[in-house]
Design a protein around this ligand. Structure first.
Ligand code: PLP
Length: 386
């Protein structure tokens, strides 16, 4: 039985996989089962920060694998503590809770926000306001947070206490906050699954001001955009705001599962013994990978992200069949005249892997994709759009 048939027979059918089996790779090149190579502009959905089988990353992970692969959270380990310190020092946040995914990072953010509000204002202050078109994960609580009804049908009842406001509509958000006993506002600075749209500066700053004035917690979901992809360490840093809680995951470890919830001044001491936990959270191998990844996300690397971003935007803007290019840094959405699926299929045929988001072509290349490979891939994409 070939692998595609086996997978279709035995793996739950929740994914609409491309007709492509990836067997290996190096950097921004991946190879399928026939030996055909592709330039990868998807990075496993923004996870492989430095591409596939990056040697520096591999060595960091292998070194920790040779020491101890898991201890449980009943004991101290060096990678977990060192990574938490790095994250706090680079963001000004005070404490970190580690989990294994973006959804879990958001769950922790929501729990911390609800407990803070319960203690500070009263147990009825439970509402979390999120934005329409957002995406916050697939658990029943993060689905409730996700402002896209298509994900909700068939799974009711979801966790109560979530309402949605229109993105870039401060009046609507204020109305939602006023109409409910609100604990927090949660938002993605660039809505990823929702179509790769960056929020407007005025809106984000208005939300931050409102939250501060009313002691409502501001949670930034940086699961996809965070860890250098925006061209700064975290996307909110482009907006001059200080969130109370930041959740992140995808690119944090560069390819192994790791979620992190960064807790600021207000919530640093909210979660105490037995309030939250995760068996795998803060796994030493994942944390060692993340220390290596994070320590390479320095100013020259971030400048490289911004340069690559500019190259992509300038190359695609105004080309035949390209309606718009949106997003931030190396998280970009291309609105095409052709259906995105047709563009994606033609790119794959020509040896370039791109993704989709809400009817757009989505680009999430490795942060260090070599310029020549990027130019080669863009030439293919330009042709496919025309
Ligand atoms: C992918 C994503 C999530 C969910 O992360 P998982 O690791 O799949 O649970 C949450 N929020 C945003 C913004 C994401 O892009």
């Amino acid at each position: 039985m070939d692998i595609k048939t086996m997978d279709q027979q035995y793996v739950a059918n929740t994914y609409n996989r491309f007709p492509l089996q990836i067997v290996s790779g190096k950097g921004s090149l991946v190879t399928d089962e026939t030996g055909k190579q592709y330039i990868d502009l998807g990075s496993g959905i923004a996870v492989n920060t430095f591409g596939v089988a990056d040697e520096v990353w591999q060595q960091a992970v292998i070194a920790q694998l040779g020491k101890v692969q898991h201890t449980s959270n009943l004991y101290y380990t060096e990678p977990c503590a060192v990574l938490a310190k790095m994250l706090c020092e680079r963001t000004g946040m005070k404490k970190v809770f580690f989990s294994n995914s973006g959804a879990e990072a958001n769950e922790c953010a929501i729990k911390a926000a609800r407990k803070y509000a319960a203690q500070k204002k009263g147990p009825e202050y439970t509402t979390i306001v999120t934005l329409w078109n957002s995406f916050h994960g697939r658990t029943l609580t993060t689905l409730a947070a996700t402002g896209q009804e298509v994900f909700h049908k068939d799974f009711q009842p979801l966790t109560p206490g979530f309402v949605h406001a229109r993105a870039n509509d401060l009046e609507d958000l204020k109305a939602q906050v006023a109409a409910h006993q609100t604990a927090a506002v949660m938002m993605e600075i660039v809505q990823g699954e929702g179509g790769v749209n960056a929020l407007e500066q005025d809106f984000v700053q208005g939300v931050a001001k409102l939250c501060q004035e009313q002691d409502i917690l501001l949670i930034c979901d940086e699961v996809q955009l965070g860890n250098g992809r925006s061209g700064m360490l975290y996307g909110y840093m482009h907006y001059g705001i200080t969130p109370d809680i930041v959740s992140t995951a995808k690119g944090l470890c560069g390819g192994l599962p790791l979620g992190a919830t960064l807790l600021g001044e207000k919530t640093a001491h909210v979660l105490g013994y037995s309030d939250h936990g995760s068996t795998f959270g803060g796994n030493p191998v994942c944390c060692a990978g993340a220390i290596s990844t994070l320590s390479r996300i320095d100013e020259p690397l971030l400048q490289g992200v911004r340069d690559r971003s500019r190259l992509i935007v300038e190359t695609l803007t105004g080309k035949p069949g390209v309606k718009s290019v949106t997003g931030l840094g190396l998280m970009l959405g291309v609105e095409t005249e052709k259906p995105a699926g047709a563009v994606i299929a033609q790119c794959m045929e020509q040896g370039v892997l791109v993704l989709s988001a809400h009817g757009k072509v989505r680009l999430l290349p490795a942060l260090n994709i070599p310029m020549d490979l990027l130019k080669q891939a863009l030439a293919v994409l330009v042709q496919a759009c025309a």
